[in-house]
Design a protein around this ligand. Structure first.
Ligand SMILES: Nc1ncnc2c1ncn2[C@@H]1O[C@H](COP(=O)(O)OP(=O)(O)OP(=O)(O)O)[C@@H](O)[C@H]1O
Ligand code: NI
Length: 356
C-alpha cells in the first residue's frame, strides 16, 4: 500500500435488491474513502442506505437478493472481484464488523470466553490454552473487569455495555486494520454509550485502525468523527471534515439534521417528512421533495455533481453548482463557509457568495 493510498476506497458503489415488488436501489453510485487511523462517519436518517453501503464492502449482504456493483479497494485490492474464499480471509482478519445489537450476535449457550476463543481459532492456529490466555487479555483490554473470572460467564450475566465490549474484543481477534461499526452504541444508555465511544477511540490508537462508523446520531458523530459522509436515500448529499460540517453545513439536508440537535435549539427529534420511495426515487436531488429551497432545477436530471465549497468539504446541491446562488440556502444559524463569507471559486464554476 503506498503512503498516499487510502486504506479503503469505495467508488460508484451501487447496491440493489430484487424483491416481489420490483428492484429497490438502496445505495446509488456513492464514493467514499477511509484512511489508516481515521474515523469516517456515515450519517443519515433511517433507510438512507448506511448499513447496506457498509455491508456491501465485505459482501456480508446476501447476493441474491442483493446485487453489488462498483469498486471497493482495500489496500489497493478490489474486494468485489475476489472469490468468496479470499474474502472470508479478509473478513474478521483485516476488516471487522460490530453491530448495534450484541445480544443477537452472541450465542447464549456458550460462555463469553469460549466465544472469543472460537473467533480466535477461526482465524489463527493457536492451542486452547494460548487462545484462552489471549481471550482473557482481550477482555481485559476492552475493559471487562476481572476478565479471567468472567471468562466462564454466560452472555446473560453481562450488561448491554459489557456485551458490546465483548463484541469489540471478538472484532479485535484478527488485529483488523479497518473496523466497521454500525450503530454500536444506539442500544445503550447515554453514559455507557460515552464509555464505548471512548473505548473505540483508545483502541483505534492502540491498534492503528481506520474506523467506518455508521450512525443516525450527530451527537455521536461530534464525539468521534474525523470526516463525515452525509447520506440520503442512497446518495451522498455532503461530505467533509467534522469541524467544517458542524460549523458551516452546506446542504440543506445537513443543516436540517444539525438543527434537530439541542445545541442548535432543536428538540432532538427528527426532521419532518419521509424518505422517497426507494423503488421509484425522484429525479434531480433526492432531497428536493422535502427541501424548502427546492426550485425547478432541483427536480430534474441526476443528483447534482458535488461541488467543493471549502477544502475537503463537498456539497451535492444545485444552489452551489454552476449558475447557482449558495446564499439561497445559507443559514444564519451556522458560520460562513471559508470564514470570509465566500465559497472558493475554481474560476470555472460560478459559485457566488456563500453567506450574506
Ligand atoms: N435485504 C434487503 N432486501 C430488500 N431491501 C433491503 C434489504 N436490506 C435493506 N433494504 C432496503 O434498503 C434501504 C436502505 O436500508 P439500510 O438498512 O441500509 O438503511 P440505514 O441507513 O442503515 O437505516 P437505519 O438507520 O434504519 O439502520 C431501505 O429502503 C431498506 O428497506
Ligand atoms: Ni442501518
Amino acid at each position: 500500500m503506498s503512503a498516499d493510498q487510502p486504506l479503503l476506497e469505495v467508488e460508484n458503489l451501487t447496491t440493489t435488491f430484487s424483491t416481489d415488488n420490483g428492484t429497490l436501489t438502496a445505495v446509488d453510485g456513492i464514493d467514499f474513502s477511509v484512511d489508516t487511523g481515521e474515523t469516517v462517519c456515515i450519517v443519515g436518517e433511517s433507510g438512507s442506505g448506511k448499513t447496506v453501503a457498509t455491508e456491501s464492502i465485505t459482501r456480508i449482504i446476501n447476493t441474491p437478493p442483493g446485487e453489488i456493483e462498483g469498486t471497493v479497494r482495500y489496500k489497493g485490492r478490489d474486494l468485489l472481484s475476489l472469490p468468496e474464499s479470499e474474502l472470508r480471509q479478509i473478513r474478521g482478519n483485516d476488516i471487522a464488523h460490530i453491530f448495534q445489537n450484541p445480544q443477537e450476535a452472541m450465542n447464549h449457550c456458550y460462555t463469553v470466553g469460549w466465544q472469543i476463543v472460537e473467533a480466535l481459532q477461526i482465524h489463527q492456529d493457536v492451542s486452547d490454552d494460548e487462545a484462552r490466555a489471549r481471550a482473557v487479555d482481550l477482555m481485559d483490554r476492552v475493559g471487562i473487569a476481572n476478565a479471567s473470572s468472567r471468562f466462564d460467564d454466560y452472555p446473560h450475566e453481562f450488561s448491554g455495555g459489557q456485551k458490546q465490549r465483548v463484541m469489540i474484543a471478538m472484532a479485535l481477534v484478527g488485529d483488523p486494520d479497518l473496523l466497521i461499526a454500525d450503530e454500536p452504541t444506539t442500544a445503550l444508555d447515554v453514559t455507557v454509550q460515552a464509555q464505548i465511544l471512548k473505548l473505540l477511540d483508545d483502541l483505534q490508537e492502540e491498534f492503528e485502525m481506520g474506523i467506518l462508523f455508521v450512525t443516525h446520531d450527530l451527537g455521536v458523530v461530534a464525539e468521534i468523527a474525523d470526516r463525515i459522509v452525509v447520506m440520503y436515500a442512497g446518495k451522498v448529499m455532503e461530505r467533509g471534515g467534522v469541524l467544517d460540517i458542524f460549523d458551516h453545513p452546506g446542504h440543506p439536508y445537513t443543516q436540517q439534521l444539525l438543527e434537530c440537535l439541542p445545541e442548535f435549539g432543536g428538540t432532538g427529534g427528527g426532521i419532518s417528512g419521509t424518505l422517497p420511495d426507494p423503488y421509484d426515487p425522484p429525479e434531480g436531488c433526492r432531497f428536493a421533495p422535502r427541501c424548502e429551497y427546492a426550485e425547478e432545477a432541483c427536480r430534474t436530471g441526476e443528483q447534482p455533481e458535488e461541488v467543493e465549497v471549502a477544502p475537503g468539504q463537498r456539497v451535492s446541491c444545485v444552489h452551489y453548482g454552476p449558475g447557482g446562488n449558495p446564499s439561497i440556502v445559507r443559514n444564519d444559524e451556522f458560520g460562513p463557509i471559508d470564514g470570509d463569507g465566500t465559497a472558493p471559486t475554481d474560476g470555472e464554476s460560478e459559485v457566488g457568495p456563500a453567506d450574506d
